[in-house]
Design a protein around this ligand. Structure first.
Ligand code: SAM
Length: 261
């Protein structure tokens, strides 16, 4: 009997209907899936019915259990099971184009999602996260949840919260409601900006989310004031009131200030 480890964010899904709903949401042409955190393998088992799977699992205690459960699939190459911390993967999660499907460990979910969004082999994600996090990734301007995560995902993805998942569907039950969201990539960051510089820029923009953007970017006050006027954005606009296109335009004009910071 495996005891769930809190520090690895282990809340195992024990509801078949939710697993099927996740499978239904996967684009039909998908033939290569990366799963982070297969856990006890319930989702993995269904993923293997539709695609090749590469799974990263950090918990060494789960590895022999998964090796036994999927012995056939591992032998025939349908499943590649890696005992590895997914956050430590250098470069791509896979050498081929893939979809990321996962019930993510919540303690590290935003980091893994951003890593996948920046990974040019990733075609998109269907992931379960804390509802609060899904709202951030799928937020639009003027919504209170709109933050740098929403700007980054909106820049390159079609985004949707698919459904909520009650804590009762897990063992052990988490304290929060979860949501499954889909982020389907339509572009790469490379086509729009230097992503490292742009992330630094957004960090400044949302430094104090409820303050005015002009205050958050006060180091470049005069320049920002000029840019806001040229874009017809009110001077006292707050970071969550500014749309994704405007963020790109403001960045374009301030780009020299954020290069190689
Ligand atoms: N997929 C299973 C399910 O739906 O029941 C388990 C999901 S559980 C929320 C998260 C899983 O991610 C656990 O198996 C945990 O051990 C694993 N995990 C946690 N941190 C990880 C990391 N950094 N890299 C890879 N796996 C990780």
């Amino acid at each position: 009997m495996i005891k769930a480890k809190k520090y690895y964010g282990q809340n195992f899904l024990n509801n078949k209907e939710i697993v099927y709903k996740i499978i239904q949401a996967i684009p039909k042409e998908t033939n290569n899936i990366v799963e982070i955190g297969p856990g006890l393998g319930d989702l993995t088992q269904e993923l293997l019915k539709i695609s090749f799977v590469k799974a990263y699992e950090i918990d060494k205690e789960l590895i022999p259990l998964l090796q036994k459960k999927f012995q056939k699939e591992i032998e025939c190459g349908k499943l590649r099971l890696l005992h590895q911390d997914a956050s430590e993967v250098k470069g791509s999660f896979d050498e081929n184009k893939y979809f990321l499907i996962a019930n993510l460990p919540y303690y590290i979910a935003s980091h893994l999602i951003l890593k996948a969004l920046e990974d040019e082999n990733c075609l998109g994600l269907i992931v379960m996260v804390q509802k609060e996090m899904a709202l951030k990734f799928c937020a639009k301007e003027n919504e209170k949840e709109f933050s740098s995560l929403g700007v980054l995902s909106a820049l390159i993805c079609k985004r949707k919260i698919l459904f909520d998942v009650d804590p009762k569907c897990f063992n052990p039950e988490p304290k929060v409601v979860s949501s499954v969201m889909s982020l389907i990539k339509e572009k790469e960051f490379r086509e729009l900006c230097n992503i490292e510089d742009f992330k630094f820029f957004l960090k400044d923009c949302f430094k104090f989310p409820r303050k005015q953007l002009l205050k958050n970017l006060s180091l470049h006050r005069n320049k920002v004031l000029e840019i806001l006027n040229s874009l017809n954005i009110k001077e006292n606009a707050r970071p969550h009131e500014i749309c994704v296109d405007s963020y790109l335009k403001i960045y374009e004009k301030l780009k020299d200030e954020y290069e190689r910071k």
